[in-house]
Design a protein around this ligand. Structure first.
Ligand SMILES: Nc1ncnc2c1ncn2[C@@H]1O[C@H](COP(=O)(O)OP(=O)(O)OP(=O)(O)O)[C@@H](O)[C@H]1O
Ligand SMILES: [Mg+2]
Length: 536
């Protein structure tokens, strides 16, 4: 029998944070050259385990062997020297450096007088980007990249340091189906070249598609390692949650009234380079409707949400909530009329140094809900925060814990819980289920549907087509700063909509036409409702 070579062996690994046991006697064996998935609910201990392997965290006990050799990994530097690379759940790039500078950071090519050889740095970046089929612009500053592109840079950075074992912590959470396919091609290519990939993801469909083996963690314990060809999504979900996954289908009630609650008219926004990112788009959301802006990351979605929140300047256009132009208000004023769940919750949604309590009640400081007369009432605010923790199943050791010590998915849930609890009639929601586990995704989808049924107007921005199709009443596709198609979920398949998302197809509708919600989709026209309907 062939001797199995293990690239990674972790034996009886434990990690405690005070009373929290993030990893309990975890055993993980990863076959060399394989794609090995690690799955588990939010807070199960996946990031902790892989951070131990990358030398970011010292385990409380247990041992690690790389390629059969027992090792100590006291730092990421030691991990890199052992051929281990990691792409983190939250990126760790230097925003003011260029793509090439980030990729070469720590091993910059040097020319005479110890100066950095910029030409070789650019050449190296281009060479490695071509070798792995991951296209980047080497001279662009990282602070101006979309999340999808940031991830590409992170992967290239690890590969450029000679990683033989690559850990990816939720790499597909930020990618479109198309980008996922490309990433999987890259990962399969790496596996074909004998490199080992450790992949953490919440998307079981992807796990089934791309991995060779799967290890399931639950509450810090290894539930087992399965051969992918021997299992299915249902069994995995059952192992992860400790019970049969049993999700009730979303129930959408008919819309009660025909009232425009949220209207965006001719919105034009530029990015930091003065490039027009939104070319006068118009969107109309009815009360009791979920309108989704779908599209490949980088086509204006980020600018749309930032402009609506008041973080990017609106050059032209109006944002009307119940007829009032909120674009004239400051960020705080806007939030009184409209709730926002931003895409990058680390940057704009959370105060990472603040406690769970403070983050959950942020924005309510002036509200009578948490005041007694003119004074802040901690008992009231704690009760409110506790309620949200319970309702949204946020895994935290207490309300006073710093948000930064929560698992990634639980941090996401804090923003979702807070914003959904304001009771605003208009909600702008970007990538709501990014990074949260299947149970929580389902819960968030139920909450959004319930808000819609209760008459909220929801503008959803999502790159996850499963989510788009599950939630939307109507879908509009954003490509290169313009709305290029307007559909209902049943009028067009995910594959077909992909052609609009990549700019291959487009409807000839004017932006004003595309904004209209009333027309029924026309199947004969390829589902593009605005192009052929004569809207009164
Ligand atoms: N620095 C820390 N201080 C205290 N507790 C921590 C710290 N880091 C992680 N934990 C706790 O350890 C547990 C495991 O967290 P971990 O980040 O490994 O989960 P995860 O499986 O990666 O979850 P997610 O899917 O949400 O990213 C959680 O209960 C978390 O709150
Ligand atoms: Mg994690």
């Amino acid at each position: 029998m062939r001797n199995i070579e293990y690239a990674v062996e972790m034996t009886d690994v434990c990690k405690n944070y005070g009373l929290v046991q993030a990893n309990k006697d975890i055993n993980l064996k990863v076959v060399k050259g394989e794609i090995h998935a690690i799955v588990g609910e939010n807070g199960a201990g996946k990031t902790t385990l892989t951070n131990i392997l990358y030398g970011m965290i010292t385990p409380s006990s247990g041992s690690v062997a790389i390629n059969g050799q027992p090792v100590r990994i006291p730092s990421p530097k030691a991990a890199i020297a052992l051929g281990i690379g990691m792409v983190h759940q939250h990126f760790k790039l230097v925003p003011n450096f260029t793509v090439a500078e980030n990729i070469c950071l720590g091993h910059e090519p040097i020319k005479s007088l110890r100066r950095v050889d910029k030409k070789r740095m650019l050449e190296h970046t281009r060479e490695i980007s071509e070798r792995y089929g991951l296209v980047v612009e080497p001279e662009k500053r990282v602070r101006d990249l979309s999340v999808g592109l940031l991830q590409r840079v992170e992967i290239l950075k690890a590969l450029s340091r000679g990683a033989e074992i690559l850990i990816l912590d939720e790499p597909t959470a930020v990618l479109t189906p198309l980008e996922c396919r490309d990433l999987f091609k890259v990962l399969r290519g790496m596996s074909g070249q004998g490199k080992t990939v450790l992949l953490i993801t919440h998307k079981l469909k992807e796990v089934m598609e791309v991995s060779h083996h799967i290890t399931v963690l639950r509450r810090g314990i290894t539930m087992g390692t399965l051969e992918t060809s021997d299992t299915d999504e249902r069994r995995l979900a059952g192992l992860m949650m400790g019970k049969e996954a049993d999700f009730v289908p979303l129930e959408k009630k008919p819309r009660r009234e025909d009232k425009t609650a949220f209207l965006i008219r001719g919105l034009q926004v530029r990015d930091n380079f003065n490039i027009v990112k939104l070319k006068g788009i118009s969107l109309e959301v009815m009360a009791g409707e979920i309108l989704t802006v779908a599209g490949v990351e980088g086509n204006g979605q980020t600018e749309l949400v930032e402009a609506l929140m008041g973080f990017a300047r609106i050059e032209a256009g109006q944002v009307l909530v119940d007829g009032e132009d909120i674009a004239r208000r400051n960020a705080r004023g806007r939030r009184e009329r409209c709730s926002f769940i931003p895409e990058d919750r680390m940057k704009t949604g959370l105060n990472l140094d603040g406690s769970v309590h403070d983050n959950l009640i942020a924005g309510r400081q002036r509200s009578p809900e948490i005041k007694r007369g003119p004074f802040f009432d901690y008992r009231k605010s704690s009760r409110l925060a506790e309620d949200l923790v319970r309702k949204f199943n946020i895994k935290t050791a207490g309300l006073d814990i710093e948000v930064s010590s929560l698992s990634g998915g639980n941090q996401q849930k804090i923003v979702v819980a807070r914003e959904m609890s304001f009771g605003n009639k208009v909600l702008v929601v970007a990538q709501p289920s990014r990074g949260v586990d299947i149970g929580a995704t389902n819960f968030i989808h139920e909450q959004l549907t319930a808000a819609r049924n209760a008459g909220c107007a929801i503008l959803l921005i999502s790159t996850d087509l499963d989510e788009v199709y599950a939630l939307s009443d109507r879908i509009q596709v954003l490509f290169d700063g313009e709305i290029v198609g307007s559909f209902t979920p049943d009028s067009l398949s995910q594959q077909e909509i992909g052609l609009y998302m990549t700019g291959v197809n487009r409807c000839s509708a004017t932006p004003e036409d595309a904004a209209r919600p009333t027309a029924a989709p026309n199947k004969d026209s390829g589902g593009c409702e605005a192009a052929h309907e004569d809207i009164p």
